[in-house]
Design a protein around this ligand. Sequence first.
Ligand SMILES: NC(=O)c1ccc[n+]([C@@H]2O[C@H](COP(=O)([O-])OP(=O)(O)OC[C@H]3O[C@@H](n4cnc5c(N)ncnc54)[C@H](OP(=O)(O)O)[C@@H]3O)[C@@H](O)[C@H]2O)c1
Length: 305
Amino acid sequence: MPWTAADIPDQSGRLALITGASSGLGLETARALVRRGATVVLGCRSRQRSEQARASLLADEASGAIDLLDLDLADLVSVRAAARALADRYGRLDLLINNAGVMGLPRSLTSDGFEMQFGVNHLGHFALTMALLPLLRARPASRVVTVTSGAQYFGRIAFDDLQGERRYDRWAAYGQSKLANVMFALELQQQLLAAGADVLSLAAHPGIARTNLQPASVAASGSWFEPLAYRVMGPLMQSSAMGALPQLFAATAPAARPGGHYGPDQLGGMRGHPKEVPVAPAATDGQQRLKLWQLSEQLTAPPTS
Ligand SMILES: NC(=O)c1ccc[n+]([C@@H]2O[C@H](COP(=O)([O-])OP(=O)(O)OC[C@H]3O[C@@H](n4cnc5c(N)ncnc54)[C@H](OP(=O)(O)O)[C@@H]3O)[C@@H](O)[C@H]2O)c1
């Protein structure tokens, strides 16, 4: 039987933070978790968009427990403030879903001077997870799910030019950030295990889902070709609700395993129901993962005063 949102176990009493919950997969992940009784915190960069998301969720589930957290992953000051605010408000966290993302942008920089896709998709989530680990570690059976992409399979970590200062290709930068996502998820699991922590780290990718990701990418790049390509791919694309299933499986299924990576089961991983799928070969090299981890720690270290 294919796994669906109806298989999500009861989430009553569990607190989930979802980054980028104002649209697409994040919003559908929030909807599914609220329906199963979780308290869901929408971590979003725009208060107006998070208010709209909450209204859309409440229209569905009048009794849902939904909270808003201001979080801009392109700004480490905002990331640290969000982690502190969550700790002050709740003092606990059961589920962190590192979902927010940007794709295929012309080169631009975060507030901290990082290339935007690497900064938001990977470094912002790295810093957020590290800041929230004490809350997660204090809870039984807590999980961190990091959302990657099929782009991991063509991704390469340019260790000699991580920020694309010498060469920049917007799709190579996206691939790098999504490979970094899955490398982070695997390395985090390894480190948690070594520390004897009960927290699970898993990864998931949605295949190809119709969300705001493609229009936002086209708007930023001004490409004339990509809208045509998306139109041709249209019949292959699945809904946001279907695209959210692999991350919901990773977040809640008792069968999901530590360090597991889940994606759709049909059409070469483009659509379908969740199943465990192989990670990019480049993510299986433990030394490379550790190198990326150490660099990410250095880049996101809080300033010493
Ligand atoms: N859709 C697909 O086919 C596909 C395929 C592979 C992987 N993915 C991955 O799935 C994840 C979710 O994307 P989606 O498809 O649901 O796209 P989406 O509809 O564009 O949602 C992306 C979310 O990320 C948020 N975000 C962007 N920059 C942010 C920042 N600096 N700080 C905080 N939040 C930020 C967006 O906020 P705003 O609403 O303010 O823009 C939005 O809530 C991404 O990690 C993406 O790489 C998607």
